[in-house]
Design a protein around this ligand. Structure first.
Ligand SMILES: NC(=O)c1ccc[n+]([C@@H]2O[C@H](COP(=O)([O-])OP(=O)(O)OC[C@H]3O[C@@H](n4cnc5c(N)ncnc54)[C@H](O)[C@@H]3O)[C@@H](O)[C@H]2O)c1
Length: 309
């Protein structure tokens, strides 16, 4: 089994590499990663061969293909992934998430691939009001940040490659993912870090924005399941344990550290901030996947990795 993982030195990527190595001990695993600020190559040391390069550079993608010889699967995780950075500077998001995806598709089409598994996001559906049904895979795109708009662009090109060139593609749309090894700019590490340092736990606006949370180990299991079972041309929501407010997440961090809720503070809201994400995960549930790992149970591990030694 020859697998190319893009973005394998990032948060989800390195967990995927570890799980894939366990699932296919004799397999050939190559990571293509540009090593941006979000990457840590030490995490995949001894688990995969690393090609340092940009997914938007056809020569770099070609070098990764050369290293594998036969590419049974591509798992495309490389992306600019942080919404706040996309608001400050959208261009790198378009370059990596749109042009990078097209470059990877073009090389895959020219060289051949067994399956192209593209990792998108539930943010492509935009904000889902309380009382509205959760988004299903056929719900319309309604992106509202440069990040989610660039992810729509990328996955639209993936769908186009399936329909136009019969490239065997599968699209996964996971919700907010958490776990150890996440870059400290994301909400949960920000809250844990603030709690440990004595600073107020910063929430955007009223803190009542809702996210569904999915543990990274469960996401990588879902991706392995899709590699194994999904038919080309299909799209899959990957839901977590259900939407909850950011305030309730901050309260869980306080509870885990015996801190009063008065430690929770507020900062000016993010422009265009999506109020709520909610996806229907029943399609993937019918394939045997369900997420059960909630934030509370994982907090001791997240706190331990953040606490100064
Ligand atoms: N983290 C989440 O909550 C979440 C939820 C849903 C979907 N996703 C998607 O999952 C994927 C992985 O997310 P993550 O949280 O692990 O991201 P991350 O930011 O932690 O890691 C991204 C990785 O991609 C690499 N990369 C960035 N630009 C590149 C380029 N041009 N060429 C090659 N490599 C490049 C980085 O160096 C890094 O190793 C992304 O596509 C993201 O949109 C993430």
């Amino acid at each position: 089994m020859g697998v190319l993982v893009t973005g394998g030195c990032g948060f989800i990527g390195h967990h995927f590499v570890r799980a894939c190595r366990e699932a296919h001990p004799g397999g050939d695993l190559v990571v293509l990663d540009k090593l941006t600020y979000a990457a840590d190559p030490d995490r995949i040391e001894g688990l995969a061969h690393l090609v340092v390069g940009d997914v938007a550079d056809a020569a770099a993608v070609g070098a990764a293909f050369d290293r594998l010889g036969r590419v049974d699967a591509i798992v495309h995780l490389a992306a600019e992934s942080h919404v706040d950075r996309s608001i400050a500077e959208p261009a790198p998001f378009v370059r990596t998430n749109v042009l990078g995806t097209q470059t990877l598709l073009s090389v895959a089409q020219a060289r051949g691939v067994g399956l192209f598994l593209h990792v998108s996001t539930d943010e492509v559906y935009g904000s889902i009001a309380v009382g509205s049904p959760p988004a299903v895979e056929s719900s319309p795109f309604a992106p509202r940040s440069p990040y989610s708009a660039s992810k729509v662009g990328g996955e639209a090109l993936v769908a186009a490659a399936f329909h136009t060139y019969a490239l065997p593609t599968v699209i996964a749309r996971p919700t907010n993912t958490f776990g150890t090894g996440q870059f400290p700019e994301k909400l949960l590490p920000v809250l844990v870090r603030a709690a440990l340092s004595g600073a107020p736990l910063p929430l955007y606006g009223d803190g009542l924005h809702e996210r569904d949370w999915l543990h990274v180990s469960e996401l990588v299991s879902a991706l392995l399941l899709l590699l194994d079972r999904a038919e080309p041309g299909t799209v899959w929501n990957v839901a977590g344990t259900g939407p909850r407010s950011n305030r309730s997440v901050a309260e869980a961090v306080c509870a885990a550290l015996n801190l009063p809720h008065s430690r929770i503070g507020s900062v000016a809201d993010r422009p265009g901030h999506d109020r709520r994400y909610h996806i229907d995960g029943s399609r993937l549930r019918r394939l045997g996947f369900s997420a059960v790992r909630g934030i509370e149970g994982e907090l001791p591990g997240l706190i331990a990795e953040t606490r100064p030694a």
